[in-house]
Design a protein. Structure first.
Length: 509
C-alpha cells in the first residue's frame, strides 16, 4: 500500500467516527452524525478542519471525539466545535479539550462567531489529570467563553447531553437551542442525585429540554428535530455582525403582511382588556422576520429579533395576554440578558409598553424581585445602541422605568393616542386615595363617586398633557407607527455614546 493509499484509508476511518453500532443507536434516537450536522449548518462543506488526526494512534478515538474548524453560514465565516457522540459518547479527553481551546482562540483572533454543537457525556474520568485541572484543562474552555462573550456571537446547539462541568458551555453562550427528547444539561445526573441527596428524579425533570426552556431559562429555544435546530441557527446568526466592532448587515426590505385588522382596530379601548402583542409586532416589522428568543420562558414578556426596513432590531414587548403583562423575576432576567445581547452587537432596541408594573406580594419579594428588576433596569440603562420606546396602552409604576421610560435616555419615547403613563391605573389610584371616603358613603352613591374620581384621574394623566410637559416626544397615529420607526432608526444609526467612565458596574444579580 502506498503512503497516499494509507492516508486515504486513515482519513476514511476517521471521517466515519465511532463503531457502526453507535451510529445505529443515534439513528434510532433521531440523531444525525456530527459530520451530517455540519454539512447542514454550513453553506457548503467545512472549509478548514483543524486537528483532524487528533489521537489517531488510537483507532477507538477518531479525532478524539470532536470536530473543529471553520466554515461559512450565509457567507459569513464562523468557527465551530462539534462533539461526535459515536466516539465514547462525545466525552472529553486531553486532546478533545485542547482542540476546543484552539478553535476558541482562532475565533478570538479572527473575531468571527463561535458555534458549539454539543452532544457529550462529559469528561473521561480516566483522563482527568491530563484534561481537568491544568492551565489548558477544561476550565480554559469556559474562561475563553467568558472572554469571547460580547466580542463575537456564541451559539450553542444542544443535540444530546451536556453533563457536569460541560453544562457551562451552553450557560456561557448567547443562545441555547435544545432538541426535545434528546438534549439535556445538568450538573449532577439523576443517578448521582439519588445517590448523593436521595432524590429520585427523571432526566427530563432534572435537565431536559422542556424543563430548561420553560422553567430554568437555561435553554432559549425548543425544537423538535436537529434539522429545525440548525435551520434556526442559520436564520438567527443572520441578524448579527461578525463581532462587536461591526453592525449587522441590512437585508432586502420586505413590507409588512396584509392584515384584515389595522393596529387601530387591534388595540382595545379598555386598558385592562387583553390583546395579543404578537399581532401588534407583526404589523410593524418586515414580513416573516421575527426570530423569537425564550418564547416558552416568562411569556409575559416577549423578546426577539426582527427587521424593520431591512435592519436588525431587538424587540422587548409586554404581553397583556399572559399574566396581564406584569413583570416577574424571570421576565426581568429574560429582558436583561436579551438587552445585553443586542447592545453587545450593535442591534437597535425597540421597547413596546403595555405594562401594569412589577408583580407584588410575598412570593416575588422572597424570590428577589427587587434584585432582578434592578438588573433589568441596569441592562436597559447601560445600553448605548439606539433605543426607541413606545407606550402602546399603559405604562404604570416602575414598569415605565424598566421599559426604557423617558428618564433612562431613550432616543425617543413615543406614545399612541391610547397611551396612559401614571404611578398606577385609575382604579387602583382612586381606591388608594379615597378608600376611607368610599367606605363612608351610602352604597348607592359609591359608583358615581368612584367614576367621578376616576375620570378626574384620567384627565390628570391625559397623554396630550404629558406631551405638553415633554414627557413623551411624539404622539403617533397607530397605523403610521412603522413609518415613524423606520425614519427614527435611520436617523439614530450614527449614535455613538459612552455610558460612563469606570471599570465595570456592581450588578444587582
Amino acid at each position: 500500500m502506498s503512503y497516499v493509499d494509507d492516508l486515504h484509508k486513515r482519513v476514511e476511518q476517521i471521517e466515519h467516527g465511532g463503531l457502526e453500532k453507535y451510529h445505529q443507536k443515534n439513528e434510532e434516537k433521531g440523531k444525525l452524525f456530527v459530520r451530517k450536522r455540519l454539512e447542514l449548518l454550513f453553506d457548503d462543506t467545512m472549509d478548514i478542519e483543524d486537528a483532524f488526526f487528533a489521537n489517531c494512534m488510537d483507532d477507538s478515538l477518531p479525532s478524539d471525539g470532536v470536530v473543529t474548524g471553520i466554515g461559512r453560514i450565509n457567507g459569513q465565516a464562523v468557527c465551530v466545535m462539534a462533539n461526535d457522540s459515536t466516539v465514547k459518547a462525545g466525552s472529553w479527553g486531553k486532546r478533545t479539550v485542547e482542540k476546543i481551546i484552539r478553535i476558541q482562540e482562532t475565533a478570538m483572533k479572527l473575531e468571527i462567531p463561535m458555534f458549539y454543537l454539543v452532544d457529550s457525556a462529559g469528561a473521561r474520568i480516566t483522563d482527568q489529570i491530563e484534561m481537568f485541572p491544568g492551565r489548558r484543562g477544561a476550565g480554559k474552555i469556559f474562561h475563553n467563553q467568558i472572554k469571547l462573550s460580547g466580542r463575537v456571537p456564541q451559539i450553542c446547539l444542544l443535540f444530546g447531553p451536556s453533563a457536569a462541568g460541560g453544562a457551562y458551555i451552553p450557560a456561557f453562550c448567547d443562545i441555547v437551542v435544545m432538541v426535545d427528547g434528546n438534549a439535556s444539561m445538568y450538573l449532577g445526573s439523576p443517578r448521582m442525585a439519588e445517590k448523593v441527596i436521595g432524590e429520585k428524579v427523571t432526566l427530563e425533570e432534572m435537565g431536559g429540554a422542556k424543563m430548561h426552556t420553560s422553567v430554568s431559562g437555561c435553554g432559549d429555544v425548543l425544537v423538535k428535530t436537529e434539522e429545525e435546530a440548525i435551520e434556526y441557527a442559520r436564520n438567527y446568526i443572520g441578524y448579527f455582525p461578525a463581532n462587536f466592532r461591526d453592525k449587522p448587515n441590512k437585508m432586502e426590505v420586505k413590507e409588512i403582511k396584509k392584515f384584515e385588522k389595522t393596529i387601530s382596530e387591534l388595540i382595545p379601548e379598555n386598558q385592562n382588556a387583553p390583546f395579543n402583542m404578537y399581532d401588534f409586532i407583526d404589523r410593524i416589522i418586515d414580513e416573516d422576520s421575527f426570530c423569537e428568543v425564550k418564547k416558552r420562558f416568562a411569556p409575559e414578556l416577549i423578546t426577539g429579533l426582527a427587521r424593520i426596513n431591512g435592519k436588525s432590531v431587538g424587540i422587548i414587548a409586554n404581553q397583556p395576554r399572559m399574566k396581564g403583562g406584569v413583570l416577574f423575576p424571570d421576565s426581568a432576567d429574560k429582558a436583561a440578558k436579551f438587552i445585553q445581547l443586542c447592545d453587545a452587537f450593535n442591534i437597535s432596541l425597540l421597547f413596546l409598553m403595555d405594562i401594569p408594573g412589577f408583580m407584588i406580594g410575598t412570593k416575588v419579594e422572597r424570590a428577589g424581585i427587587i434584585r432582578h428588576g434592578a438588573k433589568m433596569l441596569a441592562s436597559m440603562s447601560e445600553a448605548t445602541v439606539p433605543k426607541v420606546s413606545v407606550v402602546v396602552r399603559k405604562a404604570y409604576g416602575a414598569g415605565l422605568y424598566a421599559m426604557a421610560g423617558p428618564a433612562f435616555d431613550p432616543d425617543c419615547c413615543l406614545a399612541l393616542p391610547t397611551a396612559q403613563i401614571a404611578v398606577m391605573g385609575p382604579e387602583a389610584a382612586v381606591n388608594a386615595v379615597y378608600a376611607n371616603k368610599i367606605a363612608e358613603l351610602p352604597e348607592e352613591e359609591r359608583p358615581a363617586f368612584i367614576k367621578e374620581k376616576q375620570d378626574e384621574y384620567k384627565d390628570n394623566i391625559d397623554i396630550y398633557r404629558l406631551a405638553s410637559e415633554l414627557v413623551v416626544d411624539a404622539i403617533i397615529e397607530p397605523d403610521k407607527l412603522r413609518k415613524e420607526l423606520v425614519t427614527r432608526f435611520d436617523m439614530y444609526e450614527s449614535k455613538y455614546v459612552t455610558f460612563t467612565e469606570r471599570k465595570h458596574g456592581v450588578y444587582p444579580v
